[in-house]
Design a protein around this ligand. Structure first.
Ligand code: MN
Length: 284
């Protein structure tokens, strides 16, 4: 098992100074991996990032949420095409940084929809992910589909829906990306969801996030149940700590996630606390 941390615990952008700070701090706080934010891949210095990762002996993954203008689940072919272009840049970013996983809300926009997804929209989404998966496979990269709560996508909201979506496209390198923050809203059972994904051979990436997106163990997520289930199924993939506060702001992502209040001030205190919390419960 590898324990990661989302870059937005440290920084809201990815200037050279921000990259240096986030990567060295992740290592200092005891993490194995940093999850890079690939929201604006065209502005990202992958060569510098790869160099900093190597210097700090840190691995990486990358994630993003598409926006309404790049929504691959849109019925509008131009909108879906813009989304595919964005995803291909993000895939190149992961490859050039030496990562093996591109995850997040890459199958729709990360937004509050005002109606259910349409059949045609879902078809656009699945065709996009299938084609991206084939490109990713050439670089040994997997795609993790992060299903979200109902207020952040209308395509997949539960583990069961995600497994069905993945089965329909039939690509071996597409996996379910489980996030406790979303699961805490939508699942009947945290442990049941973990077991179901593992039984399908598709438990491929995990975000640990508290119910209010602050420090682990200070909200209402049932950690004993969820982390116990990861151990029970012998999960040995990546577990990334995700937490957001108005202390660290990204120009669009913070608003997309509705980060309106300050859950913490000190990134290092948060990161080391979460690392200790996970080590105590996972033995890693
Ligand atoms: Mn997440």
């Amino acid at each position: 098992m590898k324990i990661g941390i989302h870059s937005m615990v440290w920084v809201g952008d990815w200037t050279p100074d921000a990259a240096r700070h986030a990567i060295s701090s992740s290592r200092e706080a005891g993490y194995d991996l940093i999850e890079l934010s690939a929201i604006s891949p065209e502005t990202f210095d992958a060569d510098l990032t790869a160099k900093l990762l190597a210097e700090n002996d840190l691995e990486c993954s990358a994630s993003l949420g598409l926006g309404p203008a790049t929504d691959v689940s849109s019925e509008d072919p131009e909108c879906a095409a813009r989304g595919r272009e964005r995803l291909e840049l993000a895939l190149n970013l992961v490859r050039d940084c030496g990562g093996k996983m591109l995850c997040g809300v890459i199958y729709s926009a990360l937004t509050k929809y005002s109606q259910p997804a349409t059949e045609k929209g879902i078809r656009n989404s699945q065709e996009t992910i299938a084609a991206l998966a084939d490109k990713a496979a050439a670089s040994g990269i997997s795609l993790g589909l992060e299903f979200c709560n109902r207020y952040e996508t209308n395509v997949i909201n539960t583990t069961a829906e995600t497994l069905r979506y993945i089965e329909e496209i039939g690509r071996p390198n597409v996996v379910a990306h489980l996030d406790t923050y979303h699961m805490n809203i939508e699942e009947h059972s945290m442990a049941g969801a973990v077991r179901e994904a593992a039984a399908a051979g598709k438990l491929g990436y995990v975000h640990v996030g508290e119910s209010h997106r602050g420090q682990l163990g200070t909200g209402s997520v049932n950690w004993d149940e969820f982390l116990g289930a990861l151990k029970e199924v012998n999960y040995d993939g990546i577990v990334t700590f995700e937490s957001f506060s108005s202390k660290v702001v990204h120009s669009t992502f913070s608003n997309d996630l509705a980060i309106w209040r300050n859950l913490w001030e000190d990134s290092m205190e948060l990161a080391t606390g979460a690392r200790g919390f996970l080590r105590e419960r996972l033995g890693h």
